[in-house]
Design a binder for this molecule. Structure first.
Ligand code: SF4
Length: 448
C-alpha cells in the first residue's frame, strides 16, 4: 500500500465519518453546480479565464516586473523569494526589523506551503491565524485538510470540545452560531494586540501595482487595518495584466469555491495606508520549474478554488490529510511531484482519472491528463513501486486479450468477498453482478 492509501485508511475504516465527509464536500460541489448553471456565459467565462492565464504565463517576467514598478510607485516595498526558505527568512527579517512579536494572518495557502508559522514560532513570534477554519486547525495543531474549508474534516461537536479545551467556551457547545461568536470574541483580542498583519494575494494586477484579497469573514481587512505593517505574500502565478481581467476571475472564483456569487469581502489594496508600511513578497518556490515543462505548465493557471477536490471521488473518500501536502486533491497531486517527485510519487495515482476535476475547473486545467502524464513519467524514472509496475503489466496483458479478461473477471467475482483490502470490504456498492456487462446488455435487447 502506498503512503496516500495508508494515510487514507484512518478515514476509510470509519464508515460513518467517511460518508459524512463525502456528503459534506459533495454538498459544496452541488452548490457550485447551481451557481455555475445560473450564469448563462459560464463556459465562455472559463474559456476567457484560461486564455488570460495562458497569455499572462507566456509573459510572466514582464508582467511581474511591471507589477513591481507600479507597486513601488504606490509606496509598497517588493521582495523576491526563490523558495520557501527565502520567503520565510524575508518575512522573519521584516518582523524582527520592527520588533514584532505578535502577528495576525489571514488565510494564505502559500505560507502554509512554505511552513511559515513554525519558523516564526521558533523565533518567538506569536502567529494567530484569523480565518475561522484556519484558527480551528491551528488550535488543534493540525494542518488544513482543504484549501477553502481548512477544517471540513471536523464535526461541530469536535470543534466545541476543542474550543472548550483551548479558549474556554462552556463544555458541550456545538451550535455553529455560538461557536462562531466565541471565536470572534477570542480573535478580537488578538487583532487588537497585533503588531503586524499578513495576508495572501488572490490576484495581483500588473497595470496598477494593486492586489486583491478575497475572504468571507473580513479578517484580512481587520488584520491589516489595525497594525502598522502589512505583509502580503504571493506566488508568481497570481498576476493578471489589468483590472479588466479581474472581473472574469472574481465571477469564477467564489462560484467555483463555495457556490456564492462573490466572496463577502473582495478587498483591493493599492499601496500602504497613510503612516503604515506595506511589503509584498513574490515567491517562486518551484513555479518556474512547472513553467518550464510544457506538459504541466497549465497547472499554474490554478486560482485555488478547490472545485477539483470537492468533486474528486478519491479526495472525498480519503480526506485532505491523506495527501500529506498543503494542497490536496487533483491539483495538489499534479503540483506536489514538481517539488519532490520521489516523495510524492504516489499522489498522481490517487485518482480515478474520471475527469470530473477537469470538467469543473474554472480555468480549464487538464488535470486528469496531467495526472496520467505524471504516472508515465514516474514509471519511466523508476519511481513507481515494483508491485504497481507488475500489476500494470499484468493488467495491460489481460486487457489486450478478451479471453483473459473474461477469466480474470470470473476470478475477481469469485474472490472479491474474501479480499483483505478495506476499500473492497467497505464499498457501499451493490455486490458485483454474476453476469458480464455484455451479457446484461444483450439480454436487455442490445446487439451483439
Ligand atoms: S485546479 Fe482548477 S478546480 Fe482545482 S483548485 Fe485550481 S482552479 Fe480550482
Amino acid at each position: 500500500m502506498n503512503a496516500h492509501a495508508r494515510a487514507a485508511e484512518r478515514l476509510v475504516r470509519d464508515d460513518a465519518r467517511l460518508h459524512w465527509h463525502d456528503a459534506a464536500v459533495w454538498n459544496v460541489r452541488a452548490k457550485r453546480d447551481r451557481a455555475a448553471q445560473a450564469v448563462p456565459d459560464w463556459e465562455a467565462l472559463r474559456d476567457a479565464a484560461s486564455r488570460i492565464k495562458l497569455h499572462t504565463l507566456s509573459r510572466l517576467p514582464e508582467y511581474l516586473e511591471e507589477f513591481e514598478r507600479k507597486a513601488l510607485a504606490l509606496g509598497a516595498r517588493v521582495h523576491w523569494a526563490a523558495d520557501a526558505a527565502e520567503h520565510n527568512a524575508i518575512v522573519l527579517g521584516l518582523l524582527r526589523e520592527r520588533g514584532v512579536t505578535r502577528l495576525v494572518k489571514s488565510k494564505s495557502m502559500l505560507t502554509e506551503e512554505c511552513h511559515l508559522n513554525p519558523e516564526l514560532e521558533k523565533a518567538g513570534i506569536e502567529v494567530v491565524d484569523t480565518d475561522l477554519g484556519e484558527r480551528i486547525v491551528q488550535l488543534a495543531h493540525e494542518p488544513p485538510s482543504h484549501i477553502v474549508l481548512p477544517a471540513v474534516h471536523m464535526k461541530r461537536e469536535e470543534i466545541g470540545d476543542l474550543f472548550h479545551r483551548t479558549i474556554g467556551t462552556p463544555a458541550g457547545l456545538s451550535d455553529p452560531k455560538q461557536l462562531t461568536e466565541a471565536a470572534r470574541q477570542h480573535l478580537r483580542a488578538k487583532f487588537m494586540a497585533s503588531q503586524a498583519g499578513l495576508t495572501g494575494v488572490n490576484f495581483a494586477v500588473a497595470e496598477t501595482g494593486g492586489f486583491v484579497v478575497c475572504t468571507n469573514e473580513g479578517n484580512a481587512d481587520l488584520g491589516v487595518s489595525l497594525p502598522p505593517i502589512h505583509i502580503a505574500c504571493m506566488g508568481v502565478e497570481k498576476i493578471v495584466p489589468s483590472p479588466g481581467e479581474l472581473a472574469v476571475f472574481l465571477r469564477l472564483l467564489a462560484r467555483s469555491a463555495t457556490g456564492q456569487p462573490i466572496t463577502t469581502y473582495t478587498s483591493h489594496f493599492h499601496g500602504p495606508r497613510p503612516g503604515a508600511r506595506m511589503h509584498i513578497v513574490i515567491v517562486d518556490h518551484g513555479r518556474s520549474r512547472i513553467l518550464a515543462r510544457e506538459e504541466y505548465r497549465s497547472a499554474l493557471k490554478c486560482i485555488r478554488c478547490a472545485a477539483c477536490m470537492n468533486t474528486c471521488p478519491v479526495y472525498r473518500r480519503s480526506g485532505g490529510h491523506s495527501y500529506g501536502v498543503t494542497v490536496p486533491g487533483p491539483i495538489g497531486s499534479v503540483l506536489a511531484p514538481h517539488i519532490d517527485a520521489k516523495k510524492h510519487a504516489d499522489l498522481p495515482f490517487a485518482s480515478s482519472l474520471c475527469g470530473s476535476c477537469s470538467d469543473v475547473c474554472p480555468v480549464r486545467i487538464d488535470l486528469h491528463h496531467q495526472l496520467l502524464t505524471w504516472r508515465g513519467e514516474l514509471a519511466a524514472r523508476g519511481l513507481v513501486p515494483l508491485h504497481k509496475r507488475v500489476v500494470s503489466r499484468i493488467s495491460r496483458w489481460v486487457l489486450a486479450r478478451t479471453w483473459a479478461y473474461r477469466v480474470m473477471g470470473k476470478l475477481v467475482r469469485m474472490f472479491a468477498p474474501y479480499l483483505p483490502n478495506p476499500w473492497t470490504r467497505q464499498r457501499d456498492l451493490p455486490p458485483m453482478p454474476r453476469e458480464s456487462f455484455r451479457a446484461q446488455w444483450r439480454r436487455r435487447g442490445g446487439q451483439g
